[in-house]
Design a protein around this ligand. Structure first.
Ligand code: FAD
Length: 386
């Protein structure tokens, strides 16, 4: 096994896998070091929503560029990402209606198939929904969800087919530098050298940033989700929905509905906490909220619930780019919403590393340097996560 590469990527979640894929396609010798296994972190726990509605253009552009991959996965990557089209509805409270209108205009300018629809239209699309607390919603008929574990595996398999190495059970425990330049990493199974090292370690990335001598604002974000068995009265299914008034999102999966809450997601916990079970009280809150939006869900039953951890930054946007040591890049901090932008972020990061700047989408506003410069990213919705 060679212990020398052009680029070392720490972490085999969707972002490490995507970057490995795009770099390997360009002939770069990549080694991915993963302390557990592919998609062991947030990616394997992700709800997998694939939609383009965001309140900042850079997010919508990254999601739209990624959508091209989800739709044409076999041709562009190979294997299967499990994309399913369900249609996507973004519901906002009346106070956010103007922001919603502005976002849809922005998305249409980008080329995204997104439309304003009325509450009555929502009722036509989803007759079981309560629709008396909002006037308009955004609708993306082409959107849906994908299988995050399959997505990451397909990307890493395609990278390996083009020469990348994946080393699982390799925990990075130190960053090696010579002067101001990164030269490699220490792992649980020896040292590896490369002139470029990328931190794609998700919720654990803050620990690695510290090992690299960086003092950046980076926290962990815990998020629980549950599956309920949908009552037979909801036929045939329902769209994927983000419901800001109820701080709720949900999507179908076969005869189940996956439900997550936008509030009550604790910060600052150890990313090694118990993710196999949801926190006490989550299921009760989630059932109450989903039944408020879809009253007939009262006839459903709980299937299962679990949690996961992601890295979060103060403006809830990722850190993408060089930080500190020459050759040390960050590809982390996706703040609970990074799955759907995985394919395009990997492409943009490969352009940044190899060409000096990303040409597919301008990601310069997401540089880790923005925190020291006081240039935090902000969008049209106030005080809303996601
Ligand atoms: C429950 C949940 C639901 C979500 N739902 C959605 C959604 O619907 N749509 C959406 O777009 N996003 C969603 N997200 C967010 C999305 O899943 C994440 O932003 C994304 O998966 C992050 O990918 P990543 O590759 O950066 O990190 P991860 O998937 O966490 O991968 C990081 C990897 O690094 C490894 N690692 C850590 N430390 C080390 C080390 N020292 N050495 C070697 N390897 C290391 C870990 O084992 C892990 O495999 C959700 C997140 C959670 C937790």
């Amino acid at each position: 096994m060679s212990k020398t590469a052009d680029v070392i990527i720490i972490g085999a979640g969707v972002h490490g896998a995507s970057l490995a894929f795009h770099l390997a396609r360009r002939g770069v010798k990549v080694t991915v070091l993963e302390k557990r296994f592919v998609a062991a972190g947030a990616t394997g726990r992700s709800s997998g929503l694939v939609r383009m509605h965001y309140d900042t253009e850079v997010d919508s552009r990254l999601a739209w560029e990624s959508f091209r991959y989800f739709l044409n996965w076999k041709e562009l990557v190979g294997g299967d990402c499990g994309f399913k089209r369900t249609g996507f509805i973004q519901i906002v409270a009346r106070k956010d209606a103007d922001a919603l209108r502005g976002n849809v205009v922005m998305q249409q300018r980008v080329g995204i198939p997104s439309f304003l629809i009325t509450a009555e239209d929502v009722r036509r699309l989803a007759p079981s929904f309560v629709t008396d607390d909002f006037d308009i919603a955004a609708y993306e008929p082409e959107s849906g969800f994908a299988m995050p574990g399959d997505t990451a595996s397909a990307l890493i398999n395609a990278a390996r087919a083009q020469g990348a190495s994946l080393l699982q059970d390799h925990a990075v425990s130190g960053i090696i530098a010579s002067g101001d330049r990164v030269t490699g990493v220490k792992t649980s199974q020896g040292s590896f050298s490369a002139p470029v090292v990328v931190n794609a370690a998700g919720a654990w990335a803050g620990q690695l940033n510290k090992l690299a001598g960086l003092d950046l604002p980076y926290d962990t974000w815990r998020h629980d989700t549950m599956f309920v068995v949908r009552p037979a009265k909801i036929v045939p299914s329902h769209p994927t929905v983000i419901d800001f008034p109820r701080e709720l999102y949900f999507r179908p999966e076969g005869g189940l509905t996956l439900v997550g809450l936008e509030d009550g997601n604790p910060l600052g916990e150890s990313p090694d906490g118990d993710a196999d079970h949801a926190k006490p009280g989550f299921v009760e809150r989630a059932i109450e909220r989903i039944c408020e939006r879809i009253p007939v869900m009262e006839q459903g039953s709980l299937h299962s619930a679990h949690g996961g951890y992601d890295g979060i930054t103060p403006d809830q946007h990722p850190m993408l780019g060089l930080a500190g040591l020459d050759g040390f890049y960050l590809d982390c901090g996706f703040s609970g919403t990074g799955f759907k932008i995985g394919p395009a972020v990997g492409l943009c990061m490969s352009e940044l590393i190899l060409d000096g700047a990303a040409s597919t989408v301008d990601i310069s506003s997401l540089s880790p340097l923005r925190f020291a410069q006081g240039k935090l990213v902000s969008g049209a919705y106030q005080n809303i996560w996601h």
